[in-house]
Ligand binder design. Structure first.
Ligand SMILES: NC(=O)c1ccc[n+]([C@@H]2O[C@H](COP(=O)([O-])OP(=O)(O)OC[C@H]3O[C@@H](n4cnc5c(N)ncnc54)[C@H](O)[C@@H]3O)[C@@H](O)[C@H]2O)c1
Length: 265
């Protein structure tokens, strides 16, 4: 099946680590020109080298803090300059620190809201203008099954991810008339296979801070598909939704990619 992503200009936020890295590499393998926004210069160099080695589409790295609107504006301008526009935006940046709500502080709430939600607002606002002008575009935002299911130790994060789901539906309704599709992918627990897949800033830099090996086994055993998610699982779903050729009549949808953890009718 030809996804017709060859030569498309795609911005991937948080595109150097774990899920974001897999999204960058999968889209580049389809021939897309990827602009990566992240704060991790070292891991970015490694991912750019992987793209070069694979001899697929092109990639550039634009150091960007997605919580800062002026940096996001410079990011999108750079994608337009280098690759002639922005056909697809993947809002992938996300962050959480697992703890029960009673243990959290207002400072932590604000940090979670800024990184997970304000970043999505900044990137979506900035990309809509060029997408409306060109008369097409796709936005895929990475949420979480914590937004659909409720997840102990992820109260604020789960609430913010639910805000992303609602936000994307409205953006889909407001902008469908311009040929712009907006969808959401909700990962479940999605674990890197090898250490080099994550950067120093990654939530997964120290896996054991999130879950013990025993907990990973229990999570896998609890899922209908009896296995943990891998970054490539999410990247494949994002790549499908990014493609007008195969997902051209899909908008405003929330897709869980979580081994059956949540099943929303
Ligand atoms: N991995 C999982 O189990 C899981 C589960 C559900 C949802 N998700 C969501 O999937 C997405 C990717 O998760 P991951 O596991 O790959 O995360 P990760 O921590 O491995 O990578 C996140 C990347 O975002 C970058 N980043 C963080 N703050 C930034 C900012 N302000 N500006 C620019 N870049 C910034 C980091 O440098 C890092 O490279 C997130 O939205 C996350 O919430 C992940």
């Amino acid at each position: 099946m030809d996804l017709k992503l060859d030569g498309k200009s795609i911005v991937v936020t948080g595109g150097v680590s774990n899920i974001g890295r897999a999204i960058t590499l999968t889209l580049a393998a389809e021939g897309a020109n990827v602009t990566i926004a992240d704060l991790d210069d070292k891991q970015a160099e490694a991912v750019l080298e992987e793209v070069r080695t694979n001899d697929t589409g092109k990639a550039q790295f634009v150091r960007t803090d997605v919580t800062k609107l002026e940096e996001v504006e410079a990011l999108m301008a750079s994608a337009v300059d280098k690759f002639g526009g922005v056909d697809v935006l993947v809002n992938n940046v996300g962050w959480d620190q697992l703890m029960f709500f009673t243990q959290t502080t207002p400072e932590l709430w604000e940090k979670i809201i800024r990184i997970n939600y304000i970043g999505v607002l900044n990137c979506t606002k900035t990309v809509l203008e060029p997408m409306i002008k060109q008369g097409h575009g796709a936005i895929v935002s990475i949420s979480s099954d914590a937004s659909r299911q409720g997840e102990p130790r992820e109260a604020v994060y789960g609430g913010v991810k639910a805000a992303i789901n609602g936000f994307m539906k409205t953006i889909a309704k407001e902008n469908g008339r311009y040929g712009i599709r907006c969808n959401v992918v909700c990962p479940g627990v999605t674990v890197p296979e090898e250490d080099h897949e994550v950067g120093e800033r990654s939530m997964w830099a120290d896996k054991t801070a999130l879950f013990t090996e025993d907990q990973f086994d229990k999570i896998a055993a609890s899922l209908p598909l009896k296995k943990l998610g891998r970054p490539g699982d999410i990247a494949n779903a994002v790549t499908f939704l990014a493609s007008d050729a195969v997902a051209g009549h899909i908008t405003g949808q929330i897709l869980s990619v979580s081994g059956g953890y949540s099943m929303v009718g």
